[in-house]
Design a protein around this ligand. Structure first.
Ligand code: ATP
Ligand code: MG
Length: 259
C-alpha cells in the first residue's frame, strides 16, 4: 500500500517544544500504535499533526499533500482526531453528534442529507450504538460516550484516523470489538490509523507496528508480527521497567505482566 501519512521533522509543544523532531510514515491499511509513559508527548503529537498547536514546525503530508497549505476544514477531510478528552454536548442527541462528523464536508446548518443519514446509521451499527441514537449524549455512560465519539470519527470519513486512548473507558469485550471494527475500516487500504495506547499487550495483539515515544522523541519501532520475543522484551522493557513479555506456546500470542 502507498504512503497515506508522512510526518517530516515534526516539533510541537506549548511554551517549549515537547515533541522533538519526529519523522515517520504510515501506509494505507496500517494500524500503528503509539506507546509511551504519561507525559511523554503522545497527545501533543496528535495535536501537532492536526495543527491544533501554535508552537509547531515540520511537515505533515496526507496522500502526498502538504497540510500546511490547507484550511482547518480541508484538513478535517483528511485527518480525523479523537482527542483524549471530548467535552460533552448537553442537549444533543447521539444522532446529532454523529451528524456533526460531516461538518468538514457539508458545512454548518445544513439538514443532513440521505448520504449523511446512511453514514450515521452504518457507523452506529459498526460501533454498537444503534440503540442509543435518540438518547441525549449527556445522559450516557463514559464508555457509551466514547463509542459515540469513535463513531463520529468514522462518520467524518477522513483517510487518516488519529485516536488518543480510544479504549480508555471501554470494557474488555468492547475494547476488542472496537479493534475488530477498526481493523475492518482499514482493510480496504484506503485509511490508516495512529492509535495511542497504554496497554502493551493490546498494542501487541492489534497493531501491525508500534512507535515508542520517550520524552517527545521516537526511541524505537516494533513490528509485533515480525519481531522476535527478545527484541520485543528489550524494547518494551526499556519503556516500561519491570515489564515481562511472554509468548503463549500454542497461539504464539504475546502477553505482558509486571514483575
Ligand atoms: P498521558 O499518557 O498522560 O496522556 P501524553 O504522553 O499524552 O501523556 P502530553 O499530554 O502530550 O503527554 O504531555 C506532554 C508534556 O506536555 C507534559 O510534560 C505536559 O505537562 C505538557 N503539556 C501537556 N499539555 C499542556 C498544555 N496545555 N500546556 C503546557 N504544557 C502541556
Ligand atoms: Mg495523552
Amino acid at each position: 500500500m502507498g504512503t497515506m501519512l508522512e510526518v517530516r521533522n515534526l516539533w510541537a509543544g506549548y511554551t517549549d517544544f515537547v515533541v522533538r523532531d519526529l519523522s515517520f510514515a504510515v501506509a494505507g491499511g496500517e494500524l500503528v500504535g503509539i506507546l509511551g509513559r504519561n507525559g511523554s508527548g503522545k497527545s501533543t503529537l496528535l495535536r501537532g499533526l492536526t495543527f491544533g498547536l501554535r508552537r509547531r514546525q515540520g511537515q505533515v503530508l496526507v496522500q502526498g499533500e502538504d497540510c500546511a497549505a490547507l484550511s482547518p476544514r480541508q484538513r478535517a477531510r483528511r485527518m480525523a482526531l479523537l482527542p483524549q478528552h471530548t467535552p460533552t454536548s448537553p442537549g444533543l442527541r447521539v444522532e446529532e453528534v454523529l451528524e456533526l462528523g460531516r461538518y468538514p464536508w457539508e458545512g454548518p446548518l445544513r439538514p443532513p442529507g440521505s448520504q449523511t443519514r446512511e453514514l450515521v446509521r452504518r457507523a452506529a451499527e459498526q460501533f454498537g450504538i444503534a440503540g442509543l441514537l435518540y438518547r441525549d449524549c449527556a445522559a450516557l455512560s463514559q464508555g457509551q460516550r466514547q463509542l459515540v465519539q469513535l463513531a463520529r470519527v468514522a462518520v467524518q470519513g477522513a483517510p487518516v484516523l488519529l485516536l488518543d486512548e480510544p479504549n480508555s473507558a471501554l470494557d474488555f469485550p468492547n475494547t476488542h470489538q472496537f479493534f475488530r471494527t477498526l481493523t475492518g475500516l482499514l482493510a480496504g487500504g484506503e485509511r490508516c490509523a495512529l492509535v495511542v495506547l497504554h496497554d502493551p499487550a493490546l498494542a501487541l495483539r492489534w497493531c501491525g507496528r508500534l512507535l515508542l515515544l520517550e520524552e517527545g522523541r521516537l526511541v524505537g519501532e516494533l513490528r509485533p508480527g515480525e519481531t522476535g520475543l527478545h527484541e520485543v522484551q528489550s524494547a518494551l522493557g526499556r519503556l516500561y521497567p519491570g515489564l515481562q513479555v511472554r509468548q503463549d506456546r500454542e497461539s504464539g500470542r504475546l502477553f505482558c505482566a509486571m514483575e
